[in-house]
Design a protein around this ligand. Structure first.
Ligand code: ZN
Length: 483
């Protein structure tokens, strides 16, 4: 009784002012305890989360300038795409049926070589709009050209990003047949990486982080790999590269070095906790141990692995990497490598492909798939102190799924429905650093029609330069040409 009397005498808790309150629906925090609220709320002031809890509690304690009723929604940390190129090729125009290395040499590199500053801005606007539509708030760009122009376009998008310049020295085992585009010695390549760090740091935007980006895929020398790994560690950045992307790459490195690609990185001292290797579709168990011991991180791109027949279900080690505690991000890769930027589809594949491969229904869980798209991705990108979960003090990057249609209903288990049923088109609203960039499926910062028209105009010009048919259909198109 005494306690009740005390409570009656105490004044009501003062309401604290916040800018935005997301209140009412499911909240999957992905915090350290992996707390889930059936009727949860997220309070945001400025760019930060100030509180996460029950809706009844937070609506009593906070007075919000704006409240979004999230009843009927599922609220998650903003999704993180660990691998999305802005250096694009025209989507759909890459001929099917070629290997990774054939695609790179015959189509991808020549297309890259023809891009102007205007093209890069058009592609940045389009790619970021696409990612935001599917609930992505942060992405890693694995090396672009015209970096200053890209930075300007990134700011307009409102997305969070890690980015660096496209770099190689064409000195690796697959470097001999590279095109005559961005010819650099090893010393010049290292200088380009250093300048990339300086350019991004001088730009000094809170949503944009730097990266030490080399291509890999057998096109870079040992000297460049080691220098890039050391530079990333010394500069507290992230060394981003493509590695062990196909059995062809493995064969080339075995012939040249007597070692597999990841094993070779380990032996030359190019793996450390600031190294983020993408694809890694071919591993042996001892290489999993090398990655875990070094502290390196991995990016998985399941839809690319399938489209380009990389053998990820046969030579990938996804359950083993997870068991070893290696941070793994999910990515959707380049325009023609998987042709979409929907992390829901990536989660679905990341959860299910290893189960079939191992005939083990628990090889990768739905929860692990969500972790890879949120806190795991943040850790892989060395950004988990700021993003990846809904927690007090973290950046207010939040994705709100409308759970009203067949992909989400009946709604008993939001984790199952998200991973096995939903697509990114059920994303309703996206908040990045406290700013609403997508509201009820509509972009708030860009004119989508204009963005699409600019990207398609760049596509047509690039394809004309390359002499490539934009619609390489094996079926006859019976009416007139594209306008
Ligand atoms: Zn890539």
């Amino acid at each position: 009784m005494a306690n009740i009397e005390d409570q009656r005498r105490s004044p009501p808790a003062a309401e604290e002012q916040v800018d935005l309150l997301l209140s009412g629906g499911w909240v999957l925090t992905v915090d350290a305890q992996r707390r889930v609220f059936r009727h949860g709320a997220v309070a945001i002031r400025g760019s930060k989360i100030v509180d996460v809890g029950g809706a009844a509690d937070l609506t009593r304690r906070y007075r919000a300038t704006r409240t979004i009723d999230t009843s009927g929604m599922v609220v998650l940390p903003g999704l993180i795409n660990g691998h999305r190129h802005l250096l694009c090729t025209p989507k759909g125009a890459q001929p099917d049926g070629n290997t990774t290395l054939e695609n790179l040499r015959d189509f991808v590199y020549p297309a890259f070589a023809s891009l102007t500053e205007e093209d890069m801005q058009a592609y940045t606007a389009h790619a970021t709009a696409e990612m935001i539509r599917f609930g992505t708030t942060t992405f890693e760009e694995p090396g672009c050209v015209h970096l200053p122009a890209v930075l300007e376009a990134l700011v307009k998008s409102g997305m969070r990003c890690r980015v660096g310049p496209w770099t190689w020295d064409q000195g690796g085992v697959a470097g001999a047949n590279c095109p005559d585009w961005i010819r650099l010695t090893t010393a010049e390549a290292v200088q380009r990486l250093e300048q990339g760090l300086e350019t991004v740091r001088a730009f000094d935007h809170p949503l944009i982080d730097d990266a030490v980006t080399i291509e890999g895929v057998g096109t870079c020398s040992d000297g460049l790999n080691v220098a890039a790994a050391n530079l990333a560690r010394e500069a507290d950045s992230l060394f981003v590269l493509h590695k062990a992307t196909s059995e062809q790459e493995v064969r080339l490195e075995r012939e040249a070095f007597g070692h597999r690609p990841v094993e070779h990185m380990y032996r030359i001292g190019a793996l450390n906790e600031h190294v983020f290797m993408n694809h890694v579709t071919s591993l042996e168990d001892f290489e999993v141990s090398m990655i875990a011991e070094s502290g390196a991180r991995i990016g998985q791109n399941p839809s690319t692995a399938l489209k380009l027949s990389k053998g990820t279900t046969q030579t990938g080690k996804w359950p083993e990497l997870l068991r070893a505690g290696v941070p793994i991000a999910l990515g959707t890769d380049a325009e023609n490598a998987s042709n979409h930027a929907d992390l829901c589809r990536a989660m679905y594949l990341a959860a299910l492909l290893p189960r079939d491969a191992r005939r083990d229904p628990s090889a990768v869980t739905a929860e692990q798939a969500i972790e890879m798209a949120t806190i795991g991705g943040a850790t892989a990108l060395r950004m988990d102190d700021r993003i990846g979960s809904l927690e007090t003090g973290k950046e207010a990057d939040v994705t709100l799924f409308a759970a009203s249609d067949f992909d989400w209903r009946p709604l008993h288990n939001p984790i199952s429905n998200l991973v096995y049923g939903a697509t990114g088109y059920s994303v309703d609203t996206v908040v990045i650093a406290g700013q609403i960039v997508l509201e009820h499926g509509v972009h708030t910062r860009i004119d989508l029609e204009e963005t699409r028209a600019r990207a398609e105009a760049s596509d047509r010009r690039v394809l004309r330069d390359l002499g490539v048919d934009p619609a390489p259909l094996s079926w006859p198109i019976v009416d007139g040409p594209d306008d």
